[in-house]
Write a protein that binds this ligand. Structure first.
Ligand code: FAD
Length: 320
């Protein structure tokens, strides 16, 4: 069976969910061979094996530590040369998409980005992409070289499938480009202590109805009572009330949590594109005609400044 390279997104050995989704998709088109780079790379093996990786190629070097992409492209190319895979899969993060594009150029292959599904086809893997805010889906395949495909997080349910996951060291020789750039300083973002938006089981989002940056505190309180991540509509982000990293939608992040609570969000198609696959959707909106109510499992017609704090108190009281 053909091997499929899967680029592993991990933090110090903790494998992130989008990689497990990639392994689930990779198994449809071949045998997944995972490539884990950087600090803790070998610690990823157990989780990767549990989700179908037949082999885990690992490499660690100081060059991987600084979020520079070229050393990772060098490593992925080394893995590509060693394995001659049928396809290369990466998550659709900003970093991995750059790695994917550079790899595709180097190996002379076509690339498909932001796939939401993948299946085996007679002439190679067929990727589904979602276009125009999920109004259309397209199916495409790479017709030149080995397909390089990036997949959006939360596109598929993770399935466990135990496999050998034998760890092998990958030998990487770094190109002049890789060693030609250095990070001079870095300023870590203040941690909120909340889960990462695309991986959270619960997301509480606020929109224009929140009516000011300071009012996002009530959205955050509800999120914290539930152990949730905070999302925002583009209107709230454009108004400068919440950071763009928290934007949900076509030009923000795609989320697919167990529970999505939208407060003061009208439900524009571009917002839906980023959250409509959530398992249970709850909306709080004072306009009973708001389009978001067409989408929800539970709708509350009311003023979010009354409803959200009551909900927070209720959650807290039930937790005791
Ligand atoms: P509005 O549409 O203004 O809705 C505010 C809602 O709050 C209303 O329904 C109102 O009834 C309700 N409300 C007001 N006060 C209260 C209150 N006190 N209590 C309860 N409810 C209240 N949007 C995104 O979100 N994400 C994207 O990624 C995105 N990408 C886009 C890409 C393109 C190319 C374009 C053209 C647009 C994009 N948009 C995106 C913008 C999108 O079209 C909408 O403009 C945006 O989603 C509206 O945000 P909103 O629902 O917060 O605001």
């Amino acid at each position: 069976m053909a091997e499929v390279l899967v680029y592993v997104d991990h933090v110090d050995g903790a494998v992130r969910k989008p990689t497990l989704e990639l392994l689930t998709l990779a198994r449809r088109i071949g045998e997944p061979v995972a490539v884990a780079l950087g600090n803790g790379a070998a610690d990823t093996a157990a989780a990767l094996a549990e989700h179908g990786a037949v082999k885990v190629l690992t490499a660690d070097a100081p060059e991987f530590a600084d979020y520079l992409v070229v050393p990772k492209v060098d490593a992925l190319q080394a893995a590509y040369d060693a394995v001659s895979p049928a396809a290369v899969l990466l998550p659709s993060s900003a970093e991995a998409k750059e790695i994917a594009a550079r790899l595709a150029v180097r190996i002379g292959s076509g690339i498909i980005t932001d796939a939401v599904d993948l299946e085996a086809g007679d002439e190679g893997p067929v990727a589904t992409q979602s276009a125009f805010a999920a109004s259309y889906t397209t199916k495409s395949r790479v017709s030149k070289g080995t397909p390089v495909i990036t997949v959006k997080p939360n596109s598929v349910a993770v399935e466990a499938a135990p496999a050998a996951g034998a760890v092998e060291a990958l030998t990487v020789s770094f190109s002049a480009q890789a060693t030609g750039t250095k990070v001079l300083s870095r300023t870590p973002r203040e941690s909120t202590g909340r889960p990462e938006l695309t991986e959270a089981a619960i997301v509480v989002s606020g929109g224009r109805g929140v009516n000011g940056a300071e009012n996002f505190a009530i959205i955050e309180s509800l999120a914290d009572s539930l152990g949730a991540a905070v999302g925002a509509s583009r209107a709230a982000v454009d108004a400068g009330w919440y950071p763009h990293t928290n934007q949900v939608g076509q030009t923000g992040k795609s989320v697919s949590p167990q529970l999505y609570i939208a407060s003061g969000i009208s439900g524009a198609i571009q917002h839906r594109a980023g959250m409509q696959t959530s398992k249970t959707i709850v909306a709080i909106n004072k306009d009973s005609e708001a389009p978001i109510f067409d989408l929800v499992d539970y709708g509350v017609v009311g003023d979010l400044f009354n409803v959200v704090p009551q909900l927070t108190d209720e959650v807290k009281s039930r937790k005791g």
